[in-house]
Structure formats: C-alpha cells, structure tokens
Ligand binder design. Structure first.
Ligand code: ZN
Length: 427
C-alpha cells in the first residue's frame, strides 16, 4: 500500500543510482546554459514586458525583491561596491515606477530604485545595509489573477564573500564588454547534490477512495485535486536528486489518518506533507496556508476546519484515531517538542516560497489540531492549497499551470527547509 515509487524500501538504492545519473545530466545541461543572459541570442523573447510594480521586504537576515511584469522575461544580477549594492537587470521596455515604495521591514536592504538603464533594460538597484548574496532568483509565469513576476531572495553574507563577488562580476563584465554576467534561474533543489543519504519526504494526498473529502459545486472532489498536486510535487522533488519521495497513496485509495501517520513513522520520514483543499463555512475565505499541529490552538475557524477534517474517518466507517496517550516518557516529550519546532520551520519555509507565487490567507502559518500531524518523531505539516468553498480558489485548483506554480513553490520551500536544518545542526 505504501507506494514508494522506487523509494522507501528495496527500491531506494536503485533510485539513488537513477537520481545520480539524472544529476549528471542536469549538471551538463546547466553548463550548457551558462551563456543564458541578457546577451543571449537564443533568448527568443520577441516582445519585452513592462515592469508594472516593485516591492522589497527585508529583515536583518534576508530580503526579497518582487517585480510584477506584464510577461515573462530574462534577467541578470550583479554585485557592486561603493556603495554596496546588488543590481537586478531585466529585459523590459520600461517602467512606470519613478519612486518605488519604501522597503518594508528594514534590514539588509535599506532602499532601492527602479529605472530604465537603457532601451530594453530596466535595472533595479538594491542598496545594501549589510553584505548580502542572492539565495535564489526565478521568473514566475502569469497565472489567473497573478501577474508574471521576478522574485529575488537575498540572504546575509560576509563582507569578504561580497567583495569577492564584486570583483568576479567586475572581471566577467569586462570580459563581456560591459554586459553584466548572467544569473541562472535557480530550480528547486539543484544545489547541493551530495552523495550523502537523502532525506525521505512523504507526501500525503488527503482523502481518497470512499472518502471524497470536500467537493466543489461543479462536482470536483478534494481527493482528486490533492492527488494531482502530490504526484507533480513528487516528480519535481525526485528530479532535483536531493530527496527520496514517497506518496501515502498513488491512486484513488482510502487510507485512515492513522495509516497515513504510521506509514510516515515506519519509514522514518524526514518530512511529512499532507495536502488538502477543504471547505470553510465562510465562502469569502480563500488562499493557501500551511498548518502545524497544536491541540490547544484557539482560532475558532481553524478549529472547525480541523474537527471536520478529523471526522472523515468516521464518515468512512472508521472510529476516530486515538488521541495521543499521556506522555510519561520525558524523551518522547523532548522528541515531540523538537519535531514541533522543525514542523514550524518547515511551515515557515513553505509559506515563504508560496507567498510570491499565489494568493495566501492572512497569517498563512497556522496551527490547528489535525490528527494526521500527530507523529511524535516526524516533522509534519498540512498544506491547505486553497478552499473548495471559494470560487476563485476552485478555478485555480483545477488549472494545471497554477498547480505547477504551487508545486514549484512547495519544492523550493522543501529545499529551504532542509538547507535550514543543515545550517543549524541539532544540539
Ligand atoms: Zn481535506
């Protein structure tokens, strides 16, 4: 029943080899792409877009630039000194942004400017309050009510590293006769393809079989939506070569909540992601959100949401899963607390990557008493992709391009989560 797609059990080794080979292929492709930049004759973008809007948020640790675009384009990034800044060039006809809004938050980016640097090139200059580096940068195609976007994430860096990049960019620029060096769009998880044991991600498509989950007025069922997202997310994560990925179900099968939890625990999953698209009593509530478990969570709406979710086992003829036994073992208690911390970090990482891509609920990192998140030894999160009680969400949830956008954001979030874990080893 634990359909592991060549992972988890005997097939894990074979998949390691396959992924290693795939990794080599991807590396070769990446080498072949190093000329992709503003001067790339193969660029093939005939009509350049406008830069419609810009915003920057910053904290002492990180910053994010979002440019709304009238269409997809190409970009390049360069580090500059005196004063320290990072310039982001996009192929674009122009921009109406004369004075960009203030940087929200205040942190490693103090202010920024957006201007037409020359015909066909709009430059956004981020003035740095502290040395920083580009963590990732990517273009999102327009989907539904979301325009095309360029997203650039910065993280803090040492002054030495920043100075080295300035020098390298300067040298590359001179070699290219004034053309700034190219920046490759960072695909989810292309970095860090080490040979170490890969984490196991278990994706749990909510509901299945006799349990349809929520249903939209047009008859589409939650169980089918969650499965489509799970299969695509698995594919993307496996392609990155960084993870083993298993699904709790790969077809229209019914599983109890306890079975889902047990599968993750028995296979010692490093991350458990349950996917849902439930309904709310209030049809106006829409957008994606990510939940961690908290039995004492107080939000009334979330409480009803979790209670309804937990009740599906009864609907399907099973008794409610037993709630956790009273903890007498201090080690289990410690482990559980550690897992909750990790779950919260994972939720934050996924939300951070979803935010520029799709409409989110207000305060999208949320807590509720979802039984499916009860494993004491597996970091567990539940993603509400959207709500089948909201017309706009229903439309999005059925679009394959919207699904791709979400799945790519989730994959980036998973990569960020494991990067964060690696950066802060357990005490
Ligand atoms: Zn559900």
């Amino acid at each position: 029943m634990f359909n592991s797609d060549g992972t988890g059990l005997a097939g894990r080794f074979c998949q390691m080899l396959a992924a290693l080979l795939l990794g080599l292929v991807l590396a070769q492709q990446a080498l072949g792409q190093t000329t992709t930049g503003l001067d790339d004759p193969r660029g093939g973008i005939s009509t350049l877009p406008d830069v419609l809007d810009a915003r920057v948020t910053a904290t002492p640790e990180r910053a994010r630039l979002i440019l709304d675009l009238s269409g997809p384009t190409e970009f390049a990034i360069v580090s500059l000194s005196g004063p320290d800044r990072i310039a982001v060039d996009v192929k674009s006809t122009g921009t109406a942004i004369a004075v960009p809004p203030d940087v929200a938050g205040g942190g490693i980016v103090s202010r920024y400017a957006v201007e037409l640097a020359e015909p066909g090139r709009v430059r956004t200059t981020l003035e740095l309050a502290a040395p920083s580096q580009v963590q990732q940068a990517y273009i999102l195609d327009a989907v539904g009510d979301q325009p095309a976007r360029l997203v650039v994430d910065l993280i803090a860096d040492t002054a030495e590293n920043f100075a080295q990049r300035v020098a390298a960019d300067l040298a590359a620029s001179a070699a290219n006769q004034g053309v700034p060096p190219s920046a490759l769009s960072t695909d989810p998880g292309t970095h860090g393809g080490d040979l170490e044991v890969r984490p196991l991600v278990v994706i749990d498509p909510g509901h299945g079989g006799i349990d349809n989950g929520a249903s939209a007025p047009n008859g589409v069922h939650e169980k089918d939506i969650t499965l489509a997202f799970a299969v695509d997310l698995q594919k993307l994560l496996v392609e990155s070569g960084r993870y083993d990925v298993a699904l709790t179900r790969e077809d229209d099968t019914y599983l109890t909540l306890n079975q889902r939890v047990a599968l993750a625990r028995a296979n010692k999953a490093d991350l458990f992601i349950s996917l849902h698209a439930d309904t709310f009593q209030q049809p106006e509530i829409r957008g994606a959100s990510v939940y961690t478990r908290d039995e004492k969570a107080t939000d009334v709406l979330d409480k009803v949401l979790a209670e309804n979710e937990n009740k599906y086992d009864i609907v399907a003829g099973f008794t409610l899963p037993s709630t956790e036994p009273v903890v007498v073992d201090i080690l289990v208690d410690l482990m559980r607390r550690e897992m909750r911390k990790s779950s919260f970090i994972a939720a934050q990482a996924l939300v951070h990557q979803l935010e520029p891509s799709v409409t989110m609920r207000r305060f999208p990192v949320r807590q509720a008493d979802f039984f499916v998140l009860q494993a004491p030894d597996v970091p567990s999160i539940l993603v509400e992709l959207g709500f089948l009680s909201n017309a706009a969400d229903i439309a999005n949830l059925q679009k394959s391009d919207w699904r791709q956008r979400v799945v790519q954001a989730l994959a980036r979030g998973v990569a960020d989560y494991f990067d964060t874990l690696r950066a802060t080893p357990a005490p």
